[in-house]
Write a protein that binds this ligand. Structure first.
Ligand code: THU
Length: 156
């Protein structure tokens, strides 16, 4: 048998090392946490999606007493963008989270289901999505979902 190794490249950045567009998207994700409905986890997540024409669409996690019926911030934002601007490609996605007032020190990586939806959005538009995970100690930047979701499922 043949062994394969997967290499994931991502960048740990300070805010000042990022472009104006990246910083603007992160700020939108931070602001979006205000729309979180998280009475069960108290973990408020915000996501902001930038489209190719510069439009920013945001989302926040929405919980439900029947827990699995809730939805993560990333999917809320990506599905809203897909529904409102079906023809315009998504170029970047930023995520920020806070428990109480302060934002997390460490970046919060998207859950597996959200990674799959990011992957599907890349496939839909045929274009990689830049992913920015905000932490007050540093930001992780990743060019495309591939480093976060190796050997991913795509339509056959
Ligand atoms: N959550 C997100 O919004 N995004 C993620 O990538 C991980 C988790 C939400 C779901 C739930 O409302 C809360 O965070 C705690 O898991």
């Amino acid at each position: 048998m043949k062994e394969y190794k997967v290499e994931s490249v991502f960048y740990l950045c300070e805010m000042k090392e990022l472009s104006k567009e990246d910083r603007e998207l992160i700020d939108a994700a931070k602001r979006a946490t205000k729309g979180s409905y998280a009475p069960f986890s108290r973990f408020c997540v915000g996501a902001a999606v930038r489209l190719l024409d510069g439009t920013i669409v945001t989302g926040a996690n929405q919980e439900n007493a029947a827990y699995p019926s809730g939805l993560c911030a990333e999917r809320t934002a990506l599905f809203a963008a897909g529904a409102q601007y079906p023809k315009i490609p998504v170029v970047a996605l930023a995520i920020a989270a806070r428990k109480g007032r302060g934002f997390t020190k460490k970046p919060v990586p998207p859950c597996g289901a959200c990674r799959q939806v990011i992957s599907g959005t890349e496939d839909r538009h045929g274009r990689a999505i830049r992913i920015l995970l905000f932490g007050s100690d540093g930001v992780i930047a990743c060019n495309g979902i591939a480093p976060l979701l190796p050997l991913r499922f795509t339509e056959f």
